[in-house]
Structure formats: structure tokens, C-alpha cells
Write a protein that binds this ligand. Structure first.
Ligand code: GLC
Ligand code: CA
Length: 531
């Protein structure tokens, strides 16, 4: 049984913002906190209860802010501490929360800790990072190449699991844990209501077993961060490499005092062979992976996170559904499928207007460090055209193009020159266009979130699946007491779908047709109360 406090977290609806690409308020082409402030009413109207901001702290931005050089100050491009205070105030005044992005695994090499650490072996910071005379193993960087780099000044190698200028912190040094606790407390005192934690499992290394993550002290560290008197009960979501339920329980079972929920990445493999290679796929594969984790988390009283995309992922709609002619149907069908399951919804900016992947004719239209490294490597073994094809498919920039607000020249994002080229479909897809259309993705999201608010069964109710694995569609119900709802999501082919009980007229549907004969068009969905 979930406690009341724990179960209450299911009522959050979290909207993820990539500040650099959301809204520019001063015309320098870079999104900022002032821009976010302008959109708070809109987010509240959508039904959002909390905003998660990707890192907005001082940083040289080699990895767009995931390389922090000062955890207690705001990136100049994004504004000032006063802007952050105003944003927190603006959110709280509207009854919304703020979740910050905590990056505990690594800092920028420009961070004063690293600058001190590289000076030598006997200063207070010398053990803040991993230093070795020779690389102790052959770990690879997530962004390609060796994870070990030589520092001339110190004359030793340091570990960087990501970019060369992102040095991994040494958590076996108790001072590092203390620093991170202080940073968490600093932001809690300033008004933060919770945290998304970057690559949480990697903070504990297992040099013995040769594993860069899930080390023996992982849960000690997490507990020390979030299980203290001051931090207990904070909302926390860990970006996680968890692939089995036992490990998930250790992170997320309520009595452990670690994390509220986790992002699992199993379903992010839908529609691709690897990060940069497409695989023909359908919503079926998404359905099966989602249902698997629904069953597991439910059986173990864990809170599950419901998400389809984030700032590292090309939109799901472009991988397994139709992002062309049936873009509206696909976007709304996906939303009904995932956000009426049991868990905490996370919506990524642009998803609520059915934003798709983008396409460019040259590599200079890209920015992401991971994509740039990958492109260079691809070009060793294939033509530039083939390499670009891979980047167009898998680049994280697919999720980082400026938000398309309206149909003005710069998509309403900026009056200046955007830091990265606008989305290649910005003239076709925008919030303004969407709201004018009778087939509005935004309004569907709004209606779905309203329905969840008004019917507890859709939030905390039991989930049962009626369709079978062979069916090219999904039918499930949510039940609480004698209130029962049925959710029907058809996939790419027209289908006859019959239900074993009579229902009221749909309270939510993406096509306003009469479906009483049980035919469903491609990507049609309907949500109705069982009579
Ligand atoms: C996480 C972030 C990603 C970042 C990486 C290194 O995966 O989501 O954007 O590049 O960690 O911090
Ligand atoms: Ca700006």
C-alpha cells in the first residue's frame, strides 16, 4: 500500500523546459528565465502542476549546462538570481512547483573545485575527482572515445564519463557528498520543491567490477542526499540506468527514503536499432514495454514516471507513429495511451503541440556535442550524406530546436538570431496554428489533464488490460470503487474493436465521430466511462 503522501505524487503533472530553447525575452537569441515567466499562465491553463528546468546554472555550456561551474548561480545567458526568485514566486503564486536539475556526477573542468584539484596532490580539493597515473580501465565516454583524459598540470589522468570538460566527481570522498548536500539545501531554502537528478546511478563507481555506476555505496549516497530530515518527502526523480525491478525497488520503495520515482529508458529503444539508426516499429512495441513496467511497478508499490520524450530524445511520434498526414491523430493517441496509465506524467516542451523530429541539409545546422562527435566518427566509415542521415534521425537537437510559438519570422521564440536554427517545420507546426485548428493537440492535452483531475480513478485507480499482445491496438481500464473508465488506443490500421461492456459517450476522443459500431480509424483513441 502506498502512503497518502506517496500516492499524492501521482497528481503531479510535470512540464519539462529546456530553457535555452523555450522563450527568449531579451532578443539575444537564447531562451531565458524571463521568457519562461511569460508563459506561466499558459502552462497553468494546460494543467501543469510543476515545472522541471534543465540546468540553468553557471556553465561554459560544452554540454548545454550539464557541465556546471557554479551550482549556486544562474547562467548569465538565462538571467540572474533575482530572475530565478521571480520565477519561483511566479510559479508558487499560481500553485505550481519548481523542480531543478541536479547534476551530481560531474562538474565542468572550469569549476573551481577542478581548477584547485588539478594543481596538485595535497590541496583540500585534490581528491574531489578521480586521478590516476595511468587509466585503470578502458571505460568509454558516453559521447565516444576514452573516458580518461590526461591533465598536463597535475600530470595525471582524470575520469570523464561524458565530454572531456565534464570531470566525474569522486563520491568516495565524503567532502563531495557534503558539498552536494549543501547545494541541495541551498536550493530548497531558495524555494525549489524538488529535483530531477542527472545520471544518478553513475555517482557510485565500481572499479572492482569495472562498472561505471551502481557501485556498492550508491544507495548510501542517495539516502544521504534525500533521506535527511530536511529533504525527506521532497519530490525527486532520478535519471536512471535501471533495467531490473530489484534495483528499481532499492531506488524507489517508499520506506527506503531515496527517490520518489525514476526515469527508466527501456521504452526509449522503440523505433531504433541504436541511437542513430532507425528500426521500423509501431506503437505495439511501445505498448508492450510500457505495460511490462506498469505491471512491475504496480506489484511493488512503486511510483512510475510516464514520459515519451525529453531533451535527449527525438520525439516518439517520429519514431513509431505518423508525423506527417496523421500527425494530430498520432500525437493525441500517444498521449492517451501513456498519460492515462498509472504514474506521474512528464510532458516535454513542444510535445503538447505535436512537435516532430527535424531535418537539415548540413551538419553546421547542428549544435549538440554528442551529435558532433558521432558525426565525426561516422564520417570515418561512410559518406557525409549517410552520416548526416544518421544525425538527422538520432540527434538530441531534434528535441532542442526553439519552441514554435507563432507564425512570425522567428517562430515567436526571439526577435534576434536564434542560437540554433529554428525547427525545420516551424512554419507548419506552432502553438498559434495548433490553437486555431479544430484538431488541436494542445487542447487535447488540456482536456486529458482536466479529465485526470476530475476523476480520481484515472489517477490512482487500478489498471487492467483488456486487449491481447497480438492485437494491433490497446484497450485498458482504470477502476476505483465502482467508477470504471476504458481507454481505447488504435494503432496504424483501421480496426473493429468491441468492448465487453456498455459505455457512456466518450469523455475524450481525438476524432469527433460516432464509433458506436466499433470501428476505429488509424490512430484513433477514445476514453469513456463504463456504464
Ligand atoms: C544526462 C542528461 C544529458 C547530459 C548527460 C550528462 O543524460 O540528460 O543531457 O548530456 O546526462 O550530464
Ligand atoms: Ca535571452
Amino acid at each position: 500500500m502506498l502512503s497518502k503522501h506517496y500516492e499524492d505524487q501521482l497528481h503531479e503533472v510535470i512540464y519539462q523546459i529546456y530553457p535555452r530553447s523555450f522563450m527568449d525575452s531579451n532578443g539575444d537569441g537564447i531562451g531565458d528565465l524571463g521568457g519562461i515567466l511569460q508563459k506561466l499562465d499558459l502552462l497553468r491553463d494546460l494543467g501543469v502542476t510543476a515545472v522541471w528546468l534543465c540546468p540553468c546554472f553557471q556553465s561554459p555550456c560544452d554540454d548545454n549546462g550539464y557541465d556546471i561551474s557554479d551550482y549556486r548561480d544562474i547562467l548569465n545567458d538565462f538571467g540572474t538570481m533575482e530572475d530565478m526568485d521571480r520565477l519561483i514566486e511566479g510559479l508558487h503564486a499560481r500553485g505550481m512547483k519548481l523542480f531543478l536539475d541536479l547534476v551530481p556526477n560531474h562538474t565542468s573542468t572550469e569549476h573551481p573545485w577542478f581548477q584547485a584539484s588539478r594543481q596538485g596532490r595535497d590541496n583540500p580539493y585534490s581528491d574531489y575527482y578521480y586521478w590516476f597515473d595511468e587509466p585503470p580501465n578502458d571505460w568509454q565516454s558516453v559521447f565516444l572515445g576514452s573516458a580518461w583524459a590526461f591533465d598536463e598540470k597535475r600530470g595525471q589522468y582524470y575520469l570523464h564519463s561524458f565530454a572531456k570538460r565534464q570531470a566525474d566527481l569522486n563520491w568516495s570522498n565524503p567532502k563531495v557528498l557534503k558539498e552536494m548536500q549543501d547545494i541541495v539545501d541551498f536550493w530548497v531554502d531558495r524555494g525549489a520543491d524538488g529535483f530531477r537528478i542527472d545520471v544518478i546511478d553513475m555517482i557510485a563507481k565500481d572499479f572492482q567490477e569495472g562498472k561505471n555506476g551502481f557501485g556498492p555505496h550508491l544507495h548510501e549516497y542517495i539516502h544521504a542526499l534525500f533521506g535527511r530530515e530536511k529533504t525527506k518527502g521532497l519530490f525527486t526523480v532520478g535519471e536512471s540506468g535501471v533495467t531490473d525491478i530489484e534495483e528499481m525497488i532499492r531506488h524507489g520503495a517508499e520506506e527506503r527514503g531515496e527517490l520518489t520515482t525514476l526515469f527508466l529508458f527501456d521504452h526509449m529503444e522503440c523505433g531504433r536499432e541504436d541511437k542513430f539508426t532507425r528500426k521500423p516499429d509501431s506503437m505495439k512495441s511501445l505498448r508492450d514495454r510500457l505495460l511490462h513496467w506498469q505491471r512491475e511497478t504496480d506489484a511493488h508499490d512503486l511510483l512510475h514516471s510516464l514520459f515519451l520524450e525529453n531533451h535527449d530524445q527525438p520525439p516518439m511520434i517520429s519514431r513509431i507513429a505518423d508525423d506527417g498526414e496523421k500527425r494530430y491523430e498520432s500525437a493525441t493517441d500517444l498521449a492517451a495511451m501513456v498519460y492515462l496509465m498509472k504514474g506521474i506524467p512528464f510532458i516535454y516542451q513542444g510535445q503538447e503541440i505535436g512537435m516532430t523530429s527535424a531535418r537539415y541539409g548540413t551538419i553546421s545546422d547542428f549544435d549538440d556535442i554528442e551529435s558532433m562527435n558521432a558525426y565525426r566518427e561516422f564520417c570515418q566509415s561512410m559518406s557525409e550524406r549517410e552520416a548526416l542521415e544518421k544525425i538527422n534521425f538520432g540527434s538530441r537537437d531534434n528535441a532542442r530546436r526553439p519552441m514554435s510559438w507563432d507564425d512570425s519570422g522567428k517562430g515567436g521564440f526571439t526577435t534576434g538570431t536564434p542560437w540554433i536554427p529554428l525547427h525545420s517545420r516551424h512554419g507548419e507546426i506552432s502553438l498559434e496554428k495548433d490553437l486555431k485548428s479544430e484538431r488541436s493537440v494542445w487542447r487535447f492535452y488540456q482536456a486529458l489533464l482536466r479529465l485526470r483531475r476530475e476523476h480520481e480513478a484515472l489517477v490512482t485507480g487500478r489498471l487492467d488490460v483488456l486487449s491481447s499482445r497480438e492485437d494491433p491496438f490497446l484497450v485498458y481500464t482504470r477502476t476505483l470503487g465502482d467508477e470504471r473508465w476504458v481507454i481505447v488506443c488504435n494503432f496504424e490500421e483501421k480496426q473493429q474493436i468491441s468492448l465487453p461492456f456498455p459505455c457512456e459517450a466518450p469523455a475524450l476522443a481525438n476524432l469527433s465521430r460516432k464509433t458506436e459500431d466499433g470501428t476505429y480509424l488509424p490512430y484513433e483513441c477514445a476514453v469513456a466511462r463504463v456504464r
